[in-house]
Design a protein around this ligand. Sequence first.
Ligand code: PGA
Length: 257
Amino acid sequence: MAKRTAPIIVGNWKSTPKTLDDGVKFIKQLEKKLSSPKLKFPKKGYYIAVPEIFIPTLSPLAKHGFIGAETVHGTKLGQITGQTTPTQLKSGGAAFTIVGHSEVRARGETVEERTEKVVASLSIGFTTIFCLGEKTRDKEGKYLEELENDIKHTLSEVKRELFGELIVAYEPVWAIGAPEPATAAECFEAVIAIRRALASLGGIDYAKKVHILYGGAVTQDTVQTFLEEGGVDGLLIGRASQEVTSFIDILSASHVK
Ligand code: PGA
């Protein structure tokens, strides 16, 4: 994947839209808008994680962006009913996958499973967005330790040379699906903790370079604040990415100077 200089804006469609046709309409509308020379949109400027079954159809339509998977399931070929491996997702047109989203964690995903998914995805050079975030905050700042431990536990098995395609998304669970996002300052301090943990695994130079996103109740009104003051390189967006006009507004707010 090409070097990323513009903000990384990732939509997460979750279990929307209702049908594949609706997804096709969304991407076509988005592409039409982004093709306008007035917008000066980068060649590949958006990422959208979509329901797995939509990937092969939507991926070729996404000329200005990347279509990816919301999670990866089985990591090995074989007798695992209902599971899809990173290689299968990639061969079906996915350019990236999310791993460890809090809604997947809540369904019982274990640390071992997450590590396995991250290792298997990175091993085939699949861009992997690893999500983490605290459920609640305490006054003593133990949640920062929680974040650092999550990074260390999940990634300590990953070979350093595979770190290049890793993106980390800080998503405080209390902000996902909530009316209000975290503040830029709250995001900034969490990002420092995350970079500290990454430095302990991959060295300071690596930790400075790794792309970190913020996710949780972002709307077009908060895009610039996070990008300018939150210490992040991009955003992971749920609800506001599920409607074409609000996603275009987010992309405009993040890419157009
Ligand atoms: P939200 O979701 O933007 O709707 O809060 C974020 C996410 O789940 O990644």
